[in-house]
Design a protein around this ligand. Structure first.
Ligand code: GLN
Length: 490
């Protein structure tokens, strides 16, 4: 491979070459930076490119590699980070004017963990403001374009990370997922995205959207890379009170090309109206593949409460968001509208000019749902529905090792198509939201194309069953080359 093509490598391929001292981290990082320079004008995946920091770090890592006996799988490898995760000394905007100039004085736990492995942070990726959206069009700065068709959205809210991975602007990336924001853009850009079990990955340093739903996870070029990143970012963190005190397995351990005997259910509620025929057809073909690989498929699973998930999510997530976003008051940090006569007006005007329309809509929805007199009717009711959805999944996982559904009911849609119709935008996540509501893990992997537009398959499992999901994903990936296809841009 030529030095100027190194950006095309996966993490495990790059690691092999670094280990054998065939390439240097500086060469790899330069190739990625060159790719970014070539492609950004079309895709707009990045908010900040930390070129100098990345090159300096890569050189430092190369000095270390020269003397080190062994290097770990992420050492010296460039990564892009969704701009909702705090990076010390690198601006963290959350896609919002409110934090446009915010430079965190500390690193998120996942960043500390990556740095401990000597990963090379290259920049920060675009996103829907405060992670609210499904198209990355709600970024306060610019929309990201889908590399498979520049007139279409990359999905969201981690659309910058997914597009960047798809088009080799990085070797891998991190995203965050509150209702589908890792998996849906991964599906729409034909890359791998995993939303871990709630509590598996520390959220310390992740700017909060809806705290009972948010998780950080990997967006990668293949399933092996996903497992490697999970090995590093998972684990207990005393600084996150929701962090689970369980040991981290080696997630690569179960990457074997067999799924013989695994029981996989297909919940019918995920294949009803609204799912495009081509998506359905691709999914059915993928499921048949899983059967050929030895899985026992049950097509007759029913999760009847699925239909309430969207409604419950759009009470719960905005409610939590309205509380979390109260900190942006123009006093503590971030944007502040100084042109005001008193402190109340400062806060009012800061929010008026600092937040975009979608964020304001969520704050209003949430404030309403939590207000006295409505709390029981909306918020409490939604919490009860949440419990029912969770119980339904628990019961299903007594019988099945995993459930398989489409990730997105539709292929990437046109930029602007759903911007005026929030309900349509919210429907992009019907297949992914229930997973966050239940706190379970789910992975999206490339599963085909319809007219050159990507289709993703979602595999979900019981809490802390990431290993099984990775195993199924890996076995399927071995039999297809969807993940190897590159957008026409390349
Ligand atoms: N699209 C969903 C929303 O707008 C989910 C976003 C997310 O997962 N961060 O809330």
């Amino acid at each position: 491979m030529q030095a100027n093509e190194l950006h095309q490598l996966t993490t495990h391929e790059a690691h092999e070459l670094l280990k054998q001292r065939k390439i240097s981290s500086a060469e790899l990082t330069k190739s990625v930076l060159k790719r970014i320079a070539e492609i950004e004008g079309k895709v707009h995946a990045c908010v900040t490119i930390a070129e100098d920091i990345a090159l300096k770090e890569a050189e430092k890592v190369d000095d270390y590699i020269k003397t080190a006996h062994e290097i770990t799988p992420l050492t010296g490898i460039p990564i892009l980070i969704k701009d909702v995760i705090c990076t010390k000394g690198i601006r963290t905007t959350c896609g919002s004017k409110m934090l446009e100039n915010f430079v965190p004085p500390y690193d998120a736990t996942v960043i500390e963990k990556l740095k401990a492995q000597k990963a090379v942070i290259v920049g920060k990726t675009n996103m829907d403001e405060f992670a609210m959206g499904s198209s990355t069009e709600h970024s306060a700065f610019f929309p990201t374009h889908n590399p498979w068709d520049l007139s279409r959205v990359p999905g969201g809210s981690s659309g910058g990370s997914a597009a960047a991975v798809a088009v080799d602007e990085t070797i891998y990336a991190l995203g965050s997922d509150t209702g589908g924001s890792i998996r849906q853009p991964a599906a729409l850009c034909s890359v791998v995205g995993l939303k871990p079990t709630y509590g598996r990955v520390s959220r310390f340093g992740l700017v909060a959207f809806a705290s009972s739903l948010d998780q950080i996870g990997p967006i990668t070029k293949d399933v092996t890379d996903c497992a490697l990143v999970m090995n590093v970012i998972s684990g207990y963190d005393s600084r996150d009170s929701t962090s689970a005190p369980y040991p981290v397995p080696d997630y690569t351990r179960q990457l074997i090309p067999s799924i013989k005997g695994l029981k996989i259910g297909i919940p019918r509620e995920y294949l009803v109206e609204g799912v495009q025929n081509q998506v359905k057809a691709a999914l059915e073909a993928a499921i048949n593949k899983l059967q050929e690989l030895g899985a026992e498929i049950d097509w007759e699973v029913s999760l009847p409460h699925t239909k309430y998930a969207l409604a419950a999510y759009y009470i719960l997530a905005p409610s939590e968001a309205s509380a979390n976003l109260a900190r942006y008051d123009g006093v503590k940090y971030g944007f502040s509208e100084r042109n005001a006569r008193n402190v109340i007006e400062t806060t009012e005007r800061t929010r008026q000019f600092g937040f975009g329309l979608e964020v304001k809509r969520r704050i209003m929805l949430g404030t309403y749902a939590l207000s006295a007199g409505y709390y029981d009717a909306y918020y409490l009711k939604a919490q009860k529905v949440r419990t029912l959805i969770k119980q339904e999944f628990d019961q299903a996982f007594e019988k099945y090792d995993a459930l398989v559904t489409p990730t997105s009911p539709i292929v990437p849609f046109k930029l602007g198509e759903k911007l005026e119709d929030p309900m349509q935008m919210y429907l992009s996540d019907v297949c992914t939201l229930p997973i966050n509501i239940a706190g379970i893990p789910a992975i999206s992997i490339p599963a085909g194309f319809a007219d050159n537009l990507p289709i993703g398959m979602q595999i979900m499992g019981k809490p802390f069953s990431e290993e099984i999901l990775l195993r199924i994903a890996f076995a399927y990936e071995q039999t297809t080359d969807w993940h190897k296809r590159k957008p026409p841009l390349s």
